[in-house]
Ligand binder design. Structure first.
Ligand SMILES: Cc1cc2nc3c(=O)[nH]c(=O)nc-3n(C[C@H](O)[C@H](O)[C@H](O)COP(=O)(O)OP(=O)(O)OC[C@H]3O[C@@H](n4cnc5c(N)ncnc54)[C@H](O)[C@@H]3O)c2cc1C
Length: 470
């Protein structure tokens, strides 16, 4: 997505620098090369400007500047999106990562959180009061992109996805206005923000509903990789009858990358189930018992841990700057045939860093009405995510080819839907698949109302009529 390089008058740039409270970083500045990086190491883009905003005023100033100068505009908060849309070539990156104020109101169990926070930061602030809301499973992921796409995580089966817990948001639109969106104000926009991603503007602040969340049972059970098929069949039957308190994720790793696993040599493949039980430890132990009996585990790390710790327990498996290519889809069930395909591809992974995940949904995720907000596909059983990673850029082709083949082989078993936040740059049809055609049409109407020129187009783009050329 290249724009024609725009030559910026020096005077305009110095005016921007003068009016912004945060810094402006440009090519040649010492912080430019670190500033243009995002989590996915495959993304290597060179923006003309990075505007570090420190308040809503800075966001308005940056939007007005970008619009008036016809700049391609990327919006970055946590920088974790695999598609890498948070950075662009030649245009401007409006960066919110310095905006980290959070105010917790323990009495009303709500938190107002600025968009630059990452989950680890928000969780620490809310946990000081024994509270939390559903967040992502890696603590360095940004709250902004995750919330706007939906937000699946450890507490979702009990408390819903993150956007189910969103009460309000402040957003800067393409015309430089700051709007409030909630059940009371700009309800249509509020509907779209809960799942519709960055299409409508730049959210500066979120208000979340919080829940009482104490230390809980969480961890991982590792099994022999050779028994993956059996474990998957067991997993299918097991999750059919678990309580909402228990959220689980099956993972197959080409290499366990865990030297501490006593019975598993470092670097050998492993199948594992991650768990989090958001209830009493006593009840949790009983519910988890079958996981220890079906196939003898190699290692069992489950113990009671503080929520902040469990939110970070998978961080080491997702370091920044590795090369990442993902393919994801929702599954309605786990048939023996689909399990056969999953295990075939598990055994042919081309990179030792590659994994696939099955994130089990249902519970409270499913109970919210499909039409209540843009977030979609609530009836899916689980989200399959093929997470292909490698270090040497020269290896890209073979890893990408393997991932595409795996995805194609799983297509017959997919619902056809996909979680928008796991999409790479996959084109308009996949964005439509993230919402279904009726919801996509509704999102298009909203886009026409709030961003008719498609100023915000570096995202999983809902393209307004008349902007087909982008
Ligand atoms: C290691 C890893 C783990 C993950 N785990 C989970 C998980 O457990 N659950 C889950 O649901 N997802 C998960 N994701 C996906 C995650 O939700 C998305 O990558 C999300 O976009 C990250 O948000 P961010 O703010 O870090 O993204 P960024 O890369 O900063 O932004 C991504 C996009 O979001 C939009 N955006 C960002 N900030 C704003 C803003 N303030 N206003 C408007 N639009 C904005 C823009 O379109 C931008 O291109 C994970 C991703 C990674 C890499």
């Amino acid at each position: 997505m290249h724009n024609m390089a725009v030559v910026l008058p020096k005077k305009s740039v110095s005016e921007l620098k003068g009016s912004l409270h945060g810094a402006v970083v440009m090519p040649g500045d010492k912080d430019y090369d670190t500033g243009r990086r995002v989590w996915n190491g495959m993304i290597d883009r060179h923006p003309s400007l990075i505007a570090y905003c420190v308040d809503s005023g800075d966001v308005i100033t940056s939007v007005n500047f970008a619009r008036d100068h016809g700049l391609l505009t990327a919006v970055r908060s946590g920088g974790h999106n695999v598609a890498g849309n948070a950075v662009c070539d030649d245009g401007i990156v409006i960066d919110l990562s310095k905006m980290k104020r959070v105010v917790v109101d323990a009495a009303s169990r709500t938190a107002r959180a600025q968009a630059g926070l990452i989950w680890g930061e928000l969780d620490r602030a809310t946990q000081a009061f024994g509270l939390a809301t559903t967040g992502g499973i890696v603590s360095r992921t940004g709250i902004a992109g995750l919330t706007l796409g939906g937000g699946i995580g450890w507490l979702m089966r009990k408390f819903g996805v993150t956007c189910d817990n969103l009460l309000a948001a402040n957003i800067v639109t393409a015309d430089g206005r700051l709007l409030a969106a909630s059940a009371e104000e700009n309800q249509d926009l509020f509907w779209g923000l809960r799942g519709g991603g960055g299409n409508f503007g730049i959210v500066t602040e979120f208000e979340y509903r919080l829940h009482q969340v104490g230390p809980m049972l969480a961890g991982t059970i590792y099994y022999p990789a050779a028994r993956a098929q059996e474990i998957l069949q067991f997993y299918r039957d097991y999750v059919a009858a678990i309580p909402d308190e228990l959220t689980t994720m099956f993972i197959y790793m080409a290499s366990s990358q865990m030297p501490s696993l006593s019975k598993l040599p470092a670097g050998s493949p492993a199948a594992a189930i991650h768990v989090c039980y958001a209830g009493s430890a006593e009840a949790g132990e009983k519910v988890l018992e079958p996981l220890r009996e079906a196939v003898p585990p190699l290692e069992d790390t489950i113990r009671i841990m503080p929520y902040v710790e469990l939110q970070a327990m998978l961080d080491s498996g997702a370091p920044p700057h590795q090369h990442n290519f993902w393919k994801s889809s929702y599954l309605a069930d786990l048939s023996d045939e689909s399990i056969g395909v999953l295990t075939d591809y598990a055994h042919t992974m081309t990179s030792p860093l590659t994994q696939f995940h099955l994130q089990h949904l249902q519970g409270q995720v499913r109970r919210v009405g499909e039409d209540e907000m843009a977030f979609s596909h609530r009836d899916a059983l689980c989200a399959l995510n093929i997470v292909t990673k490698w270090l040497d850029p020269r290896e890209a082709e073979r890893h990408i080819r393997w991932t595409r083949e795996f995805e194609a082989a799983m297509r017959p078993y997919s619902t056809g839907g996909v979680y928008v936040n796991f999409l790479g740059e996959e084109g308009e049809d996949r964005v439509k698949a993230a919402y279904g055609s009726a919801k996509y049409e509704k999102l298009l109407k909203l886009k026409n109302k709030y961003d008719p020129t498609n100023f915000f187009r570096l995202n999983q783009n809902i393209r307004p009529a008349g902007n087909r050329s982008f």
